[in-house]
Design a protein around this ligand. Structure first.
Ligand code: GLU
Length: 451
């Protein structure tokens, strides 16, 4: 039995239906860090893995709110405070019907290592609710956020735990959450990031995850001696904050982005997507992507209903670089095979763990440059930390300063991941490099801080 198999066996009791994605993330990390565990027995002696896979605490609470018909609605709220060895708990809030404890444990666990990779002083956490913002009025969103914060405010603070956005939580929601936090605590402080700029947010926070993923990819392609993205066909999935800003940066550097998608279907526009129209449909009107084709009749729309067996229309489009920016496990082994057959050179995870384990293994075995989420999408949380710094010093940084620091951070993460992979005998494997580098920093802090 290998050291990884031995370690995984210890956590078999975590493997149940609700924990499926958490177990998947944990298994990947354990396999990756096996060379580190083998090279230094201190991690086993200090039972670091046993301590790392259990959150410090899980806060679970009821959220009751009144809808527009004055009917009482009940949802469940969570905050998983996973690990604060490197700094205050930090990570987003997700509002989506799929949210449960297992999903948030997966996201919180990934966040520990992601935040460690940024080199900044932030621990890992995640939270959210099974509340579905789709179809809700602005007023209902406000009432839900207010009710959610009534409970959450007891557990957060600028030096304790600093939530931010994720799927279903953007500037609007953060604004309402912040307003309620301020009211309940009587203090105007940076207990949340992703705030609108005019009351405490950082410039570039909305762009940070998408831009950061592109900066990371540029760096990775350079290190791996591949051609740059300029002039190349790129495919992007998703149409949320990460996807739209990845498209924006890709277009700025001269790449041709031909796709995007939402939970209902995929747009393929061979001439390059019209970002302004997409922003209007998705950000302003929160409408369906299908509308895109009425303005651009050379584009096609494929409904997900055409893929009852799984698979995804985005990944059938031949491309140089693919950017899955929608949600977990959206890119399957079948999709990975299609990408490889069509000559794809690089895959960057803009969303959290959008590639299944089997798909990742296949891409790596075909030497596709693969940028894992915890490294490639760390730009969002990095700029969140810049927001915390600005709030703490009551200052405002320029767009140029934040952008330069974001780029520098992404390049630093990329180099560190590549070098770590090389040091541990897995050159070119950014998954193992990211897991080892991220884990090592947290684990060393945990050892130094005692039990
Ligand atoms: N939800 C984002 C992530 O997955 C951002 C978290 C934050 O800014 O705290 O990294």
């Amino acid at each position: 039995m290998t050291i990884a198999e031995k370690e995984i066996k210890k956590f078999e009791n975590h493997n149940c239906a609700e924990n499926a994605v958490f177990y998947q993330a944990m298994e990947e990390v354990i396999y990756s860090i096996a060379p580190l565990l083998e090279s230094d027995e201190k991690y086993s002696r200090h039972a670091i893995l046993e301590r790392l896979v259990v959150p410090d605490r899980i806060i679970k609470f009821k959220v009751t709110w009144l809808d527009d018909e004055n009917k009482v609605q009940v949802n469940t709220g969570f905050r998983v405070q996973f690990n604060n060895a490197l700094g205050p708990y930090k990570g987003g809030l997700r509002f989506h019907p799929s949210v449960n404890e297992g999903v948030l444990k997966f996201l919180g666990f990934e966040q520990i290592l992601k935040n460690s990779l940024t080199g900044l002083s932030i621990g890992g956490a995640k939270g959210g609710s099974d509340f579905d913002p789709k179809g809700k009025s602005d007023f209902e969103i406000m009432k839900f956020c207010t009710a959610f914060m009534t409970e959450l405010h007891k557990y957060i603070g600028p030096r304790i735990d600093v939530p931010a956005g994720d799927i279903g939580v953007g500037e609007r929601e953060i604004g309402y959450l912040f307003g309620e936090y301020k009211k309940l605590t009587s203090s105007y402080e940076g207990a949340l990031t992703g705030k609108p700029f005019f009351f405490g947010g950082s410039l570039m926070r909305p762009q940070a995850t998408g831009y950061g993923a592109v900066y990371f990819t540029e760096s990775m392609l350079e290190i791996e001696a591949k051609e740059p993205l300029s002039g190349k066909i790129c495919t992007v999935s998703g149409a949320g904050n990460v996807a739209l800003h990845a498209i924006e940066k890709l277009q700025q550097i001269g790449a041709i982005v031909v796709s995007c998608s939402d939970s209902h279907g995929t747009i393929y526009d061979p001439r390059g997507v019209d970002l302004e129209l997409l922003k209007d449909i998705k950000e302003k009107r929160r409408a369906s992507l299908e509308e895109y084709c009425s303005a651009h009749n050379e584009a096609t729309y494929t409904s997900v209903l055409e893929y009852p067996e799984g698979g995804h229309a985005v990944w059938e489009i031949p491309c140089y670089a693919a950017f899955p920016c929608a949600t977990q496990n959206e890119l399957t082994e079948l999709d990975a095979q299609t990408l490889i057959t069509n000559g794809c050179v690089s895959v960057t995870e803009g969303a959290n763990m959008p590639t299944t384990r089997e798909a990742t293994a296949l891409l790596l075995s075909h030497k596709i440059c693969f940028a894992p989420a915890k490294a490639a999408n760390a730009g969002g949380v990095a700029v969140s930390e810049f927001e915390m710094s600005q709030n703490a010093s009551m200052s405002k940084w320029s767009f140029e300063k934040v952008d330069a620091k974001l780029k520098e951070t992404m390049q630093m993460i990329c180099k560190r991941v590549a070098l770590t992979a090389k040091d541990y005998g897995v050159e070119g494997n950014y998954v193992d490099g990211a897991n080892i580098a991220g884990f090592k920093k947290v684990a060393d802090a945990m050892i130094a801080e005692g039990i």
